[in-house]
Design a protein around this ligand. Structure first.
Ligand code: 6R9
Length: 652
């Protein structure tokens, strides 16, 4: 168990408060009572294929399936033989079905510019951009990397790829040029869609500059399409780079959605695992459509006149599933915001909620803790009475933050859905259904219908209620990842082998006597820093790539604001001397290698790292040191007992 979440766990273990769904909320909700949820849950558990088939029928299929699931563990095929298109389900279905002039996106730029795209307008843009891709020679099955900020052209690019069957791979705009190289190379992308720059806290994030640097090492990329956002001076490479607006001006309006096999790869999204190499998580067309559609509708209880705002960046899975594919499939109006929560002032989010009359708001615990620190006066400046439901995602939420969210943002009126899921699961797995399930601060409550979750030992045996263990999913579900791009063995080994026969999430959890799940955080070497998923190994690889670094070990330590902070222990090459300047140099180096979210919060120089006799770094000891505690537990395998004493001295 990672010690990083111990402070959360301690408070969670003493949590007894319970909040029933407000009667008025339940009356109008899709699922209205605990009994209704339990009935549905049982029905789905008894006949999962029948259950998911019923959900799937609410979507459009060019060709029906012959079989709902083909399961040759751990290889799943959902909706076998069926053909569908996500872009069709997000757009054509609504344009043809009465939502033609409904707002799909209400977008606000950081400087305050606002654009609304109706379903019809978005549909036209997507068709045109699909033609742009086809005109560039991009074909079904090609991989297209998208490196953009939060502008409407980002979902347009994703949906255009989906429309022609190109597999998109969105790379978060905070990643560095080096991180881009790794991701583009791994998937052998043929094109990159980007923009000159993006606005963040009044500054420009220079995206095209990073693309230029990256592409010197990416020979597979033949085309770059550049959307003009900031109008700053950039280089355009003749023959390779094209302006978005030039190509769109020439593109034809009409591009029918390509019928795609249900298992056609929709996207690859890179996420951090337990090794230094990021994993390309592959999601496919049919199952992902069904999972994101169902969860958006049920968890956020979306109705025709809701305005939904998920504050995530589309560069992460939350944005893929709950800004783009889920809300658009349900025909919702979604708010999209370009910039920072503290620009120009600390009330920007609440100004947006009030201005666009947001009804359902979905954000991360790290943001909530930051808002708490800034103080209630900022939300209190605005009339946020349209809000009716609040959501949380990305990391365990401490009960204190949960209560603040409920009191200050939700004014004690709005239920909170604490949603547990992962890049790999594609869609929400454990969460309250807000009209049906009473909530407890800090608990993601119960698995959704169709999801069989359990807390088990390493050997796969269910632990007694109330005890901690490993969170696993026992049956396949439609939006599950299908593989790791280019590395099926790693998929099998990493997720389906540790605990026999089940999907291992990498999270620790506890189930209480009411069947509520309490997620306790990662049990592997994955860090969760401000909701960003980072790998200790990836940061270590970045550090040792520095010429002055001989060896590095990275661990997480609890941090009140960020959930976890990054602590690095570094040994230097002989001839290099520790200094505050070198610390700064190494922090900047990691930002350049990965992105600034991965910068170590503290760096300690040491002569040696504690290792087992087999040469493994003893991270548990380092975690305890990083946390400031005494080193407890078993140290008998330590190669050199004096190392710990030395590390402690170094600290003083
Ligand atoms: C959606 C997303 C996945 C990891 C996951 C877990 C943590 C996410 C959580 C949560 C407690 C929640 N996590 N939601 N922990 N409660 N409601 O965040 O995907 O970036 O892949 O991260 O995030 O540790 O394993 P991803």
């Amino acid at each position: 168990m990672s010690s990083a979440t111990h402070s959360n766990i301690d408070s969670i273990l003493q949590e007894n408060r319970k909040f029933e769904p407000p009667a008025e909320f339940s009356r109008h909700a899709h699922i209205k009572s605990l009994e209704e949820y339990e009935k549905l849950y049982k029905q789905a558990a008894d006949d999962p294929e029948g259950f998911w088939a019923e959900v799937a029928k609410e979507l459009h299929w060019f060709k029906p399936w012959t079989k709902v699931l083909e399961w040759d563990a751990p290889w799943a095929k959902w909706f076998v033989g069926a053909e569908a298109n996500l872009s069709y389900n997000c757009l054509d279905r609504h344009v043809l079905g009465g939502r033609r002039h409904k707002a799909a996106f209400i977008w606000e730029g950081e400087p305050g510019d606002v654009r609304t795209l109706t379903y019809q307008q978005l549909w036209l843009e997507v068709q045109k951009f699909a033609n742009v891709l086809l005109d560039l020679g991009i074909k079904k099955g090609d991989r297209v990397a998208i490196y953009m900020g939060m502008v409407p052209e980002l979902p347009v690019a994703m949906l255009a790829c989906a429309r022609i069957g190109a597999t998109h791979s969105v790379i978060f705009g905070g990643f560095s040029a080096n991180a881009l190289v790794d991701r583009i190379t791994d998937q052998q992308a043929v094109a990159v869609i980007t923009q000159d720059g993006s606005w963040r806290r009044g500054n420009e994030v220079k995206l095209k500059v990073a693309v230029d640097e990256a592409l010197e090492k990416c020979p597979t990329v033949k085309h770059v399409v550049v959307y003009k956002r900031t109008a700053s001076a950039i280089n355009m490479k003749e023959g390779r780079d094209h302006w978005w607006h030039d190509l769109m001006a020439k593109a034809k309006d009409h591009c029918p959605a390509e019928p795609l096999d249900a298992e056609h790869p929709l996207y690859i999204l890179y996420t951090s695992g337990t090794t230094g190499k990021p994993k390309g998580i592959v999601h496919t067309t049919g199952g992902y459509a069904v999972g994101t559609y169902y969860t958006t509708k049920m968890v956020f209880d979306l109705k025709e006149d809701d305005t939904f705002w998920c504050t995530a960046d589309i560069g992460w899975v939350t944005g893929h599933s709950y800004i783009v594919y889920g809300p658009l499939q349900t025909g919702a109006t979604t708010v999209m915001y370009e910039g920072a929560p503290n620009f120009p002032d600390l009330d920007r989010f609440w100004a947006l909620v009030a201005k666009h009359k947001v009804t359902v708001f979905y954000t991360a615990p790290t943001a909530i803790r930051t808002f708490m620190k800034w103080g209630a006066e900022y939300p209190n400046r605005h009339d946020m009475s349209t809000l009716r439901l609040l959501g949380s995602v990305g990391e365990p939420i401490n009960p204190e933050a949960w209560m603040w969210y409920r009191d200050v943002i939700g004014k004690d009126r709005c239920p909170i859905v604490d949603t547990w899921w992962q890049t790999e699961t594609g869609a929400i797995m454990i969460s309250p259904l807000p009209g049906a399930i009473a909530t407890k601060p800090g608990s993601a409550t119960k698995p959704l219908p169709g999801i069989i979750a359990e807390v088990v030992t390493r050997a796969g045996e269910k632990v007694p209620l109330g005890s901690g263990g490993f969170l696993v999913i026992k049956k396949p579900w439609p939006s599950m990842m299908r593989t790791i791009y280019g590395d099926p063995e790693r998929y099998k080994h990493q997720y389906w082998s540790d605990i026999p026969g089940v999907y291992f999430t990498g999270d620790g959890a506890r189930e209480d006597k009411d069947g509520y799940f309490w997620i306790m955080g990662r049990v592997d070497d994955v860090l969760n820093v401000s909701g960003h998923r980072l790998s200790t190994m990836e940061i270590e690889s970045a550090l040792v790539a520095h010429p002055k670094v001989a060896e590095a070990a990275v661990v997480g330590r609890p941090d009140e604001m960020k959930g976890q902070a990054v602590s690095a222990f570094v040994t230097l090459e002989s001839g290099s001397k520790p200094s505050p300047e070198l610390k700064e140099e190494l922090r900047a180096w990691v930002a350049k290698e990965i992105g600034s979210m991965a910068k170590p919060d503290d760096i300690r120089f040491t002569d040696t790292l504690p290792k087992t006799r087999s040469g493994k770094i003893m991270r548990r000891l380092l975690r305890e040191l990083a946390t400031g505690g005494d080193v407890k537990g078993d140290t008998t395998t330590l190669e050199d007992f004096t190392v710990i004493a030395k590390l402690k001295e170094d600290e003083q």
